[in-house]
Design a protein around this ligand. Structure first.
Ligand code: FAD
Length: 471
């Protein structure tokens, strides 16, 4: 970065808004998992949309690439700069205001750097619900949630970030501000431009604010942990509970015994809710806007039918909030617990719900053939077909030897996903990690259209280069 650009950036955001010493920058240059690291000319932290626009325009004028970053909790290296040392990381974390909450319109207008939990809290304080919920909600930001079209545990009932968004404000790669901050549920005046920025992982512009949908607050909740004989039973149980609970079924997570074993081994205080060893478990949540909605009776009638059909072998229904939290802690602890077992190879795939059993069986066989003893850690938001299908080396295996097999093993998982009409990225995005491999699993015309859109918005290729699209 030239001295002139550095001076002009400081003029825009103030001296405290530019970080360029190695110690100050280090937290912005490596991702949450320490899987990706880069270097940067500077980290710039604007405090307003006008400042973001000025920073982007200055960088564009100097031919300097910009890497938008929120909470840096992304899992595919999308917010990490490359190793040239010439890129600028644009952190939105100073822009965290709740600009407006319109209870009658059931919308909240927030700045992109607002931490997800703060938006949930603002909604709750107004007696409403903002339903996006995921393990990183104490650190991830709305801008990152939008840029990755985040999913999480409530998708079954409320949809992904795309479904929860009515309007956006975006700084385009040339520094112009696109004001699409409308809180309308109906607007058929041509192309729905906001959808282009959602899920674009910062490659088409910097999201600075959003109008998000709110829902009536949830006043009662029931959580159950169900032991299953096999994955087909999970699909069966999902259907039964949907029939009994309708829209009140708001969470349906699957966990393999291997995932539960890792959590029991590594998460302090974790306890097995059901005696005996079962191959699969479902974590089920029902919720309602009424105080006394009789949810326990609904889940119990659903479970009774599932037992009769042989789709469930045992179950516990949480006796209160503490027990429900303990059940969710089992699910939320998997990722961290698996990290303690050495290198883990992560896959975040989706297939039609009906094909989940076939996916699991085909990958199980192929992976065991490739690496006998490989530990397959499967868990995820199965209600919407999304599986985290992660691999750990065999017990006593060598870390480096396992890492060396990573491309081949991922290909096994992706080939089966593709054969079953699935997607190799359900919710985390492509970032750097799947940027090159997606070429083999996406239609050539899809990629062509994506390149055309990128060209339209960012012909010089200075907005988060090296992410999403193969070079
Ligand atoms: P970052 O990591 O900072 O950035 C992610 C991408 O968005 C990058 O490409 C970046 O350039 C871009 N970006 C960030 N801010 C902006 C902006 N304002 N404008 C334009 N582009 C921007 N994800 C799920 O979907 N579901 C889950 O259940 C889930 N669980 C998780 C659990 C844990 C423990 C962790 C660590 C992560 C999990 N994630 C999950 C992944 C991650 O939390 C989400 O992708 C989240 O939405 C990222 O938000 P962030 O603010 O941290 O974004």
């Amino acid at each position: 970065m030239t001295v002139d650009l550095a001076v002009r950036l400081r003029d825009v955001v103030g001296p405290a808004g530019v970080v360029d010493d190695p110690a100050g920058m280090s937290g912005y240059l490596t991702d949450w998992r320490h899987a990706y690291s880069g270097t940067a000319a500077a980290v710039v932290r604007p405090g307003s949309t006008a400042e973001v626009a000025a920073v982007v325009a200055l960088c564009r004028g100097s031919g300097v690439a910009v890497v938008p970053q929120g909470g840096n909790t992304g899992l595919c290296g999308g917010a990490v700069p490359d190793s040239s040392g010439r890129q600028v990381v644009l952190s939105l974390t100073r822009m965290r205001r709740i600009r407006d909450l319109d209870a009658a319109n059931q919308t909240v207008t927030v700045e992109a750097g607002a931490v997800l939990r703060s938006v949930q809290e603002a909604a709750a304080a107004a007696g409403q619900l903002f339903p996006l919920s995921l393990g990183a909600e104490g650190s991830c930001t709305v801008g990152g949630n939008l840029a990755t079209n985040a999913g999480g545990t409530g998708v079954l009932r409320y949809g992904t970030m795309r479904d929860l968004t009515l309007g956006l404000e975006v700084v385009l790669p040339d520094g112009r501000v696109w004001n699409g901050l409308r809180g309308l549920r109906k607007d058929n005046t041509g192309y729905d431009l906001k959808q282009l920025f959602i899920g674009a992982e910062g490659t088409l512009g910097v999201i600075t604010a959003a109008v998000l949908k709110l829902y009536p607050a949830v006043r009662s909740r029931t959580t159950a942990w169900v032991a299953l004989p096999d994955p087909r039973s999970a699909v069966d149980l999902l259907g039964v509970l949907r029939a009994h609970a309708g829209d009140r079924l708001t969470g349906f997570e699957l966990m393999s015994r291997q995932s539960v074993d890792f959590v029991l081994r590594h998460v302090p205080g974790a306890r097995d809710p059901i005696a005996g060893v079962h191959p699969w478990y479902a974590l089920v949540e029902l919720s309602d806007t009424l105080d006394d909605a009789g949810l326990d009776a609904v889940v119990e009638s659903g479970l009774a039918e599932a037992f009769e059909r042989g789709a469930a072998v045992d179950a516990v229904v949480a006796a209160g909030a503490a027990q429900a939290a303990a059940l969710w802690a089992l699910r939320e602890g998997v990722s961290e617990a698996q990290n303690r077992e050495g290198p883990s190879l992560k896959h975040d795939v989706t297939v039609p719900v009906s094909r989940i059993p076939e996916f699991l069986e085909r990958t199980r066989r192929a992976l065991a053939d490739a690496v006998p003893g490989i530990r397959v850690v499967t868990y995820g938001h199965v209600g919407d077909g999304n599986l985290h299908h992660n691999l750990s080396k065999p017990v006593g295996g060598d870390d480096d030897a396992f890492r060396a097999r990573a491309p081949e093993l991922s290909r096994v998982v992706y080939d089966v996903t593709h054969a079953l009409d699935g997607s190799i990225s359900a919710e985390h995005g492509l970032g750097q990690s799947k940027r090159d491999v997606v070429v083999d699993y996406k239609d050539a015309l899809d990629l062509d259209l994506m390149r055309g859109i990128k060209q339209l918005f960012d012909a010089p290729g200075l907005m988060n280069p090296g992410k999403v699209l193969p070079d």
